[in-house]
Every structure is written in structure tokens, then in C-alpha cells.
Design a protein around this ligand. Structure first.
Ligand code: PLP
Length: 384
């Protein structure tokens, strides 16, 4: 059966070039980069080369990059490590649409007594900037706001936000797990203090991430152990994955603008044709400020899960904005925070594309999905 993978915000295919770069480090070059002998030294050099490749994607200095095990670890390290190093009473400021990797540590810190403000978004998923301004008046703050939303692709104006936060002397962390590799990032121009990225969202393997720590930023280590990563993150480095991550960042950097244009054209055709052929359908999220690869579409009066099952039978992988909690399908916190009406929230589907998608993939979905929606609507209790 033909496979059409349109779930790239969940994870991406590892690029063949990345696999080729990694293989020598699984087969022959298996030394420990911390070892004093030449066998380890050779490996250490490759880790440092990868660090420079990751730094180049962010226009950062290699010394500001710490390798972690994933985006979730980077987010936890940034938020918990920064609060531990901050003055007591520092206010945590975040949004209502963050990934659980940010919401989880923020809620945990709130439960431990730290003040927490969660900024609202409007119906387009745009951050309420007045609420942010008001939150920054409260005193010292650690602000954690995502650069791009994983469910809708909506991009927050992190450059403007960075100016506001730094103007008040706050610390800014951004979760750039979905943004990195899709739009250029220049940390020489944008005064972010901490930034999280993850390998498996940009065609490197799972189990590797990085945290950018601007020079001079105070941060308590999160993984306490050996002196790896300049004593900022204990644990023997995942060398093959680090090398693969570096290669993937280099490839993203070289191909970004051409890829973004091509992928956005595929996404736009998919979206346009679905809106045309399926009545009672809407796009969730501000179309003017979105990742080039993502569209979140609500098909009213149908369950997203039912659509996914039918698509899956045709070899199509996408995801829904509902999560099955205690047997009932609840729309995600992102869709709820945007105030999407009940009948649309339940039928929201995220399609997220990558450099490996083709026109034929889009044609496959366009051939089958309108019929699936028509069929499901004949069974829907919401349609009379
Ligand atoms: N942040 C965002 C915005 C994400 O989309 C994800 C993963 O979906 C994460 C963090 C967590 O990354 P990882 O899967 O590498 O832990």
C-alpha cells in the first residue's frame, strides 16, 4: 500500500545522508569523547564539529550549545534550571498553548509555590500581547513562549517578545522545536536567552536535542553527574545521534528557503482544495503567520479520530487535535484555548508536510478525503 506521511510535526523520516554520517560512529568510532586517548579524541572532534553545525543553524556560538536527549529535556532544563538560579518569587510567564514539555514543568513549579501567569491566545492562536505586557510589569520574570505551535503551526513574534522581555530585565526561553529548520533563526539579532530544539523534528533521529544557553545566562544543571558538556549536562554523549543531528542541521540550513517554498505550495494546494471540496470546513490558526508545512483543518460534525482511521486504511498518516482521555475524545488544550466551537474542535486534523512529500501525496489525499468526510457525516449525530 502507498504510504503518504503527513505527520511530520510528530516526527520526521531520518534523512539518508544523516544515517550515512552516523554509521561510522556505531560501527568503528565508538570511543568515549571524554577519554584521554586518541581513540576518544577522534570522536570528540566529531562531536565538536556537530556542535558547530547546530550552532550555525541558530547563528550562535558553538560554546552556547548543550546536547540533551530531546526537546522535552531541553525545555525542562531551561525552565527548571533557570528558576533554580533565579531570585525567589520570580514570576513564570507562559502561554495557554505550549507543548506539554513546557506546560508540565511550569505547572509543577506553580504547585511548588512559584507564581505562574498563562497568557491567552485569540481565535487565530495569536498571543495576547497586552496580557504579556501586563505580566511583565509584575517584577522579575522567566518567560517561556514557543516560537511555533506544534498543532496549528502559528508563529509567535519572538523577536518583538524578546525586546519586551529584555526591556524589563526578564529571561526569555523559547521552545523552537517546530520552528528550527523551517525558518531562519539569527540569535545575534534576537536576544533570546534559552532556546530548545529537537533532532527528530528535522530529519535527525529520536533521542537527541539541544539547548542554546546564551553566554552569561544563569542556569542550574538539570542532569547532575559527570563533567560532560562543560559541566552543564552530565551523561556520556550520544555520539552517533549528535553527529547525525549536526548533519541534519547543516542540511536544513542549506535547503531551508527552497524547501519552505516548495512545501508551502503543497500545503496550500491541499488546504485550498479541501476547503473547496468539503463544505463546513475551516482552517484553525492565523494563516498569515504559520509554519510553511502545517495546516490544521476542522471538518465540522465529524470526529477527528474517525477521519484518521479511514485515512490510515489508505496509507495516509496525519494526526488529530483530540486526545482520548478517560474514554472520551477531548479537543486538545490548544484548540480549546483558541475557542474553536465544539462541532469544529472535534473534527480537527493536522497535516504536517516535509521535504519528502510530493504532489502525488497531495493528490492521494484529495482523491479520497472528501468522500470519507461525506460518508462520516451521513453517520454523524450532529447532522440532521
Ligand atoms: N516542543 C514542541 C513544540 C514539540 O512539538 C515537541 C514534540 O512534539 C516537543 C517540545 C518535545 O520534543 P521531544 O519529542 O524531542 O521531546
Amino acid at each position: 500500500m502507498r504510504t503518504v506521511y503527513l505527520d511530520n510535526n510528530a516526527t520526521t523520516q531520518v534523512a539518508p545522508e544523516v544515517i550515512d554520517a552516523m554509521l561510522p560512529f556505531l560501527r568503528d568510532l565508538w570511543g568515549n569523547p571524554s577519554s584521554m586517548h586518541a581513540f576518544g579524541g577522534q570522536v570528540k572532534q566529531s562531536v565538536e564539529r556537530a556542535r558547530a553545525q547546530v550552532a550555525a543553524l541558530l547563528q550562535a556560538d558553538p560554546s552556547e550549545i548543550v546536547f540533551t536527549s530531546c526537546g522535552t529535556e531541553s525545555d525542562n532544563m531551561a525552565i527548571r534550571g533557570s528558576i533554580e538560579a533565579s531570585a525567589p518569587g520570580t514570576c513564570l510567564v507562559t502561554s495557554r498553548v505550549e507543548h506539554p514539555a513546557v506546560m508540565g514543568p511550569c505547572h509543577r513549579l506553580r504547585d511548588l509555590g512559584h507564581p505562574l501567569v498563562e497568557i491567552a491566545v485569540d481565535s487565530g492562536g495569536r498571543l495576547n500581547m497586552e496580557e504579556l505586557e501586563a505580566a511583565l510589569q509584575r517584577g522579575p520574570s522567566l518567560v517561556s513562549l514557543m516560537w511555533a505551535n506544534n498543532e496549528t503551526g502559528v508563529v509567535f513574534p519572538i523577536d518583538t517578545i524578546a525586546g519586551m522581555v529584555k526591556g524589563k530585565g526578564g529571561i526569555l526561553h523559547t521552545d523552537a522545536v517546530q520552528y528550527a529548520g523551517k525558518f531562519p533563526i539569527d540569535l545575534r539579532q534576537v536576544p533570546v536567552d534559552l532556546l530548545s530544539i529537537s533532532g527528530h523534528k528535522l530529519h535527525a533521529p529520536k533521542g537527541i536535542g539541544a539547548l542554546y544557553i546564551r553566554r552569561g545566562t544563569k542556569l542550574q544543571p538539570f542532569m547532575i553527574g559527570g563533567h560532560q558538556e562543560n559541566s552543564r549536562r552530565g551523561g556520556t554523549e550520544n555520539v552517533p545521534s549528535i553527529v547525525g543531528f549536526g548533519k541534519a542541521c547543516e542540511m536544513a540550513m542549506n535547503a531551508m528557503s527552497d524547501e519552505a517554498t516548495r512545501v508551502a505550495a503543497l500545503r496550500d494546494r491541499l488546504e485550498r482544495e479541501l476547503l473547496k471540496t468539503c463544505p463546513d470546513t475551516q482552517v484553525n490558526g492565523d494563516p498569515a503567520h504559520r509554519l510553511p508545512n502545517t495546516t490544521n483543518i476542522s471538518f465540522q460534525y465529524v470526529e477527528g479520530e474517525a477521519i484518521l482511521y479511514h485515512l490510515s486504511d489508505l496509507g495516509v498518516a496525519a494526526s488529530s487535535g483530540s486526545a482520548c482521555t478517560s474514554g472520551s475524545l477531548e479537543p486538545s488544550h490548544v484548540i480549546r484555548a483558541m475557542g474553536v466551537p465544539f462541532t469544529a474542535a472535534h473534527g480537527s486534523i493536522r497535516f504536517s508536510l516535509s521535504r519528502y512529500n510530493t504532489d502525488a501525496d497531495v493528490d492521494h489525499v484529495l482523491t479520497h478525503l472528501p468522500g470519507i468526510i461525506r460518508k462520516l457525516r451521513t453517520l454523524s449525530p450532529f447532522v440532521t
